[in-house]
Design a protein around this ligand. Structure first.
Ligand code: NAP
Length: 232
């Protein structure tokens, strides 16, 4: 159980100044959740928080440095490019506490080494999410989610997103993150089992990027699983 100083229902988004993180911040703020945007530069986080407030009047959102943002929420979403994920986790290790949930949505696209976005790199631990788990302090649970969701679709607040989100990691923690998916119209959290399944989910994003190009869908495709029984 997390005994931090933040608000119980707050969601911290590190790199929430960027495309995907800001999209999630807008959506969670619109759903009425407390959002804490983290950045390497506090002023960038403050500006992003202002952008959220402008789009979602009355939003409960704050911008802080990444370390301070980490200390404010039980659920911390990492939203930095894959190549900066390890250094970002190392930068917050000291402030991460027992019981926190760290959400990995990094996709190890080969762009990280100057190659194309339609291929992924082999990661020693198996996936970016498992690398994050290996770097996180004991007592912090990593959950993999949101890799197949388009930033563009997230940021179009007037439209539903229309995508399934495969959520993988330890059961209690992944249930918490699946509940977050339900806050965003059109997103459905799908129980994706153990964290090692992130390997498949991360690779799917490279496929989606290729499909976006071939089928000329700059807004980004999503994925849907058919035949899933309703959870409730
Ligand atoms: N874009 C998409 O459609 C999409 C879809 C699915 C998954 N994702 C995943 O979501 C994550 C974020 O993607 P994005 O497209 O939002 O990335 P992005 O806009 O390129 O960058 C996000 C943030 O990362 C921080 N950052 C940049 N360089 C950094 C560095 N050297 N060290 C530490 N932080 C740095 C920046 O925040 P500050 O400068 O404020 O610190 C930046 O605003 C990635 O892991 C990506 O794989 C993205």
């Amino acid at each position: 159980m997390w005994l931090g100083m933040g608000q119980a229902d707050a969601i911290a988004i590190l790199g929430g100044t960027g495309d995907q993180g800001l999209g999630l911040a807008l959506r969670f703020a619109k759903a009425g959740r407390t959002v804490v945007i983290g950045s390497r530069k506090t002023e960038r986080a403050v500006a992003a928080a202002e952008e959220v407030r402008a789009a979602v009047p009355g939003a409960d959102v704050e911008g802080l440095g990444n370390e301070d943002a980490t200390g404010r929420a039980e659920i911390v979403i990492l939203s930095v490019p894959f190549e900066h994920t390890a250094s970002t986790v190392k930068g917050i290790r000291e402030v991460l506490g027992e019981g926190q949930i760290l959400v990995s949505m990094a996709v190890p696209l080969a762009t990280a080494i100057g190659d194309g976005a339609v291929r992924t790199l082999g990661i020693w631990q198996g996936s970016a999410a498992e690398m994050v788990q290996a770097l996180a302090p004991k007592g912090v649970t990593v959950v993999s989610a949101f890799q197949n969701v388009s930033a563009h679709r997230l940021r179009e607040l007037s439209n539903a997103v229309d995508c399934d989100v495969v959520v993988s990691g330890a059961k209690a923690a992944r249930e918490r993150v699946m509940a977050l998916c339900g806050l965003i119209p059109g997103l459905r959290g799908v129980d994706g089992g153990p964290l090692s399944n992130a390997r498949v989910v991360e690779d799917l994003t490279a496929l989606l990027i290729g499909l976006n190009v071939r089928h000329k869908v700059p807004e980004g495709l999503g994925i849907r699983f058919s035949g899933l029984p309703d959870r409730d």
